[in-house]
Write a protein of this length. Structure first.
Length: 173
């Protein structure tokens, strides 16, 4: 089998993989919307009800998944008829260190969320994610992560009444 034929087969499998990811994102959005049915409306007269959040996230996931699937299907047709090339270069090796750091960040978040609380777990997640993306300014990253995590905690816990885990900061926040 010659090299061009193998490259075409690999590109075809890559497109099917992309399409599978797009459909998985769409399916996750539909699951979020399905489970949003069980969220009860608040009797408190708020201008922003907690039911809005899962509906917006579910609709966004469905929209992004469908848009991505259409983009894959349409680009595949253009590639064959007009000879259009993809932006990504298959010759460049994958960046496994960044992927490993993101995986560690998600694992740390999962292990810390109930013990240390939402704010501390989110700070660890955001700092590790910034480090995985190449940032080496630890003080700035920690400061931004604390502000974002604490602000998000206040919005979700205090204003929307979602009662996130406080963890080690139970008396402080």
């Amino acid at each position: 089998m010659n090299r061009d034929k193998m490259g075409q087969q690999a590109a075809g499998l890559f497109r099917y993989g992309e399409l599978l990811i797009a459909l998985a994102v769409t399916a996750m959005g539909l699951v979020v919307l399905w489970h949003a049915r069980g969220v009860e409306w608040s009797l408190v007269p708020l201008s922003f009800d907690p039911l809005v959040v899962p509906i917006v996230i579910g609709l966004a996931q469905v929209s992004i998944g469908l848009w991505y699937a259409m983009e894959i299907v349409n680009f595949h047709g253009l590639e064959q008829t007009r000879g259009v090339r993809r932006d990504a270069d298959a010759e460049i090796p994958s960046e496994w260190l960044s992927l490993t750091i993101f995986g560690m960040a998600l694992l740390a978040y999962t292990l810390l969320i109930h013990r240390s609380g939402f704010v501390i777990a989110s700070v660890v997640l955001l700092v590790l994610a910034a480090f995985g993306m190449g940032s080496r300014r630890i003080v700035r990253d920690v400061t931004c992560a604390v502000v974002v995590s604490a602000g998000l905690f206040l919005v979700l816990d205090t204003w929307l009444g979602m009662h996130l885990p406080e963890g080690w900061l139970a008396g402080v926040i």
